[in-house]
Design a protein around this ligand. Structure first.
Ligand SMILES: Cc1cc2nc3c(=O)[nH]c(=O)nc-3n(C[C@H](O)[C@H](O)[C@H](O)COP(=O)(O)O)c2cc1C
Length: 154
């Protein structure tokens, strides 16, 4: 059993639906999953180190990060994530040229801090449909495979 954190920002619930699909998949594989939101929980970057893997979900806002994610993004300077496993995902709107820019910014930031990311970070256009939920489950499965390669004992 791995210990996994899922933390997300979702203003209208689309990224939340993605998070729920991933959490359900990981729990069905008997992992322990803590779920937090950038809106309601204070996320201390040091606590990322308590987990075997971390999923970060964010919607995109005004060609950038949502305001509720900004402090976390800045605080990542304070933590060494070398070799740590992360997956980044979120809902966005392909109407924007900056489609899913917050997902790209977060992915680059984590890689800059040494993290290993599930390839490719997952973007869903607006509300996830049935096939998007399947993409979320496949993303969680990739994370799980990478986790088991690292920690065969779990
Ligand atoms: C004011 C505003 C600005 C937005 N800016 C972007 C943007 O720059 N890039 C993008 O891909 N989506 C942008 N969006 C679209 C949201 O990311 C999209 O609606 C997403 O599905 C919201 O996800 P959520 O339900 O998890 O909050 C914007 C939406 C609003 C209302």
């Amino acid at each position: 059993m791995g210990k996994i954190l899922t933390v997300y920002a979702s203003s209208t619930g689309n990224t939340e639906l993605m998070a729920e699909a991933m959490v359900a998949y990981l729990e069905s594989k008997h992992h322990e999953v803590d779920v937090k939101t950038f809106d309601f929980d204070k996320i201390d970057v040091e606590e990322l180190l308590d987990y075997d893997a971390v999923l970060i979900g964010t919607h995109s806002w005004d060609e950038g990060l949502p305001y509720e994610v900004e402090d976390f993004y800045e605080d990542l300077d304070e933590v060494d994530l070398t070799g740590r496993l992360f997956g980044v995902f979120g809902s966005a709107d392909s109407f924007y040229e900056s489609y899913g820019i917050a997902i790209d910014l977060m992915s680059d930031r984590l890689e800059g801090r040494g993290a290993v990311l599930v390839p490719e970070s997952l973007k869903v256009d607006l509300e996830p449909e049935k096939e998007d939920i399947a993409r979320c489950e496949a993303f969680a499965e990739k994370l799980e495979t990478m986790l088991r390669e690292r920690l065969p004992e779990i």
